[in-house]
Ligand binder design. Structure first.
Ligand SMILES: Cc1cc2nc3c(=O)[nH]c(=O)nc-3n(C[C@H](O)[C@H](O)[C@H](O)COP(=O)(O)OP(=O)(O)OC[C@H]3O[C@@H](n4cnc5c(N)ncnc54)[C@H](O)[C@@H]3O)c2cc1C
Length: 398
């Protein structure tokens, strides 16, 4: 009898987790199932590139996980019952229930309309592939001189506005930011950002809290109406509602509350990683939704699961930040160095070198997912017989 581990979601964190589990544990001891709605890996960090017409490399999971021992299930997760330890899925063969001993929840996030009226009806979003493809199709139909307003002055908003302006210099691109442009960056970072944004001809509306979106404009709290043939909404991410509908302890926003080993504080058989998890990072601050901190949460969870199943030492590696990597189109970038708890320091890398650096980071992350068992260790510890049989009971007491 093998210990059943189900990983929900094959984004950056779920795919990493499944591959690392296959590396850490023996096939005779564990059955690892990876459930994902889509048949291929989506590089979410490149959705702004997809939206402007760039074609991304296809990365089918069937090839990636072939021969790794990870069973891939293409299905949509519709619910989780943490008391019965089952997952409800709907796939090509209809609805089904899968039982688990250990669950790794990595369903990520989608866009967050923040309850602003008109956003759901009129705005475009780039939090996932369907949204990015919809925007791509709309942008392709825009005539020269038409206005695109990107709402949100965070990392995704900056990347989207600059990518659109660089690809379509004939359009009138604007950015509406709640605060000042890049106001959290170092002075070097801010200066560089202003220079690039100016060069690309992007109109910036600062301190512009958007309170409504209509078909042809966005309204701001200070009474402005900004014309917009297309509005692109990038103001934050929201997790999927599945976890909130379970008995798991979640935050108000629906993120699963986990400890330093990514184990649910309410249900010890459940681990959560990536955007779906609420975990405290350095400085007692919650980690932000990002690959930068999400991928290390997957490493941490897997090493903790392996340690608990095999009687090994629990990992205790603090997750920290090093930099914020921002693309500003294909030719420009900004690498803002930060402290462990994500506060900016003076140093920043700018220009073409920063663009190359960011590209390498994106490529590296995708390469890691595409080669899930690279570096397979020769020696892996055995899962003890009792632990396989007892499953969660052992995990709970570890
Ligand atoms: C445009 C853009 C740019 C970004 N740039 C950066 C960046 O530069 N640096 C950075 O650190 N972060 C960046 N991010 C954030 C980063 O992409 C996310 O934090 C990261 O993808 C989270 O990883 P994850 O594994 O938790 O979730 P995801 O990558 O979202 O993966 C979730 C997976 O679960 C699947 N799934 C969801 N629901 C279901 C369901 N019901 N059933 C089955 N499968 C399901 C999805 O198909 C997906 O495969 C960016 C995000 C966007 C949108």
């Amino acid at each position: 009898m093998r210990h059943r581990i189900i990983v929900l979601g094959a984004g950056y964190t779920g795919a990493f987790a499944a591959g690392r589990l296959a590396r850490r544990l023996r096939r005779e001891d564990v059955a690892i199932t990876l459930v994902n709605a889509e048949p291929d890996f989506v590089e979410r960090v490149r959705m702004h590139q997809l939206a402007v017409g760039q074609d991304l490399r296809s990365r089918p999971f069937s090839g990636m996980f072939a021969g790794t021992g990870v069973e891939l299930r293409l299905a949509k997760v519709t619910g989780v019952d943490v008391d019965r330890k089952t997952v409800a899925v709907a796939g090509a063969d209809g609805a089904e229930e899968l039982g688990y001993d250990t669950l790794v929840y990595a369903l990520g996030s989608g866009w967050n309309a923040q309850g602003v009226p008109g956003t759901a009806e009129h705005a475009f979003e780039i939090a996932g592939r369907p949204g990015a493809l919809r925007l791509r199709e709309r942008l392709a139909r825009l005539d020269a001189g038409q206005t695109v307003v990107v709402v949100g002055g965070g990392l995704t908003g900056l990347e989207a506005a600059t990518e659109i302006a660089e690809t379509r210099p004939d359009l009138d691109v604007a950015l509406a930011a709640r605060g000042g442009l890049g106001d959290w960056l170092s002075s070097k970072g801010r200066e560089h950002l202003r220079k690039v944004v100016g060069r690309l001809g992007i109109t910036v509306y600062e301190h512009a809290a958007v309170t409504g979106v209509e078909a042809d404009r966005v309204a701001t709290a200070d009474g402005r109406a900004i014309p917009a043939a297309v509005t692109v909404w990038t103001a934050g991410f929201a997790v999927h509602p599945i976890a909130k509908a379970t008995a798991l302890e979640v935050t108000g926003a629906g993120q699963i509350v986990v400890d330093g080993t990514m184990r649910s504080v309410s249900h010890p058989d459940v681990y959560a990683v990536g955007d779906a998890a609420m975990v405290m990072g350095p400085g007692d601050k919650p980690l932000r939704m990002s690959c930068a901190s999400g991928v290390p949460t997957a490493w941490q969870a897997v090493d903790a699961i392996a340690a608990r199943l095999t009687g090994g030492k629990l990992p205790n590696v603090p997750i920290r930040y090093f930099n914020q990597c921002i693309s500003l189109g294909r030719k420009e970038g900004l690498i803002q160095y930060v402290t462990a708890d994500d506060r900016v320091v003076r140093a920043a890398l700018t220009g073409r070198l920063a663009a190359v650096y960011k590209e390498l980071v994106c490529k590296g992350a995708a390469w890691g997912v595409a080669n899930p068992t690279f570096g397979l260790p020769m020696r892996r510890r055995r899962v003890t017989r009792e632990r396989v049989a007892a499953g969660s009971a052992v995990a709970a007491s570890a």
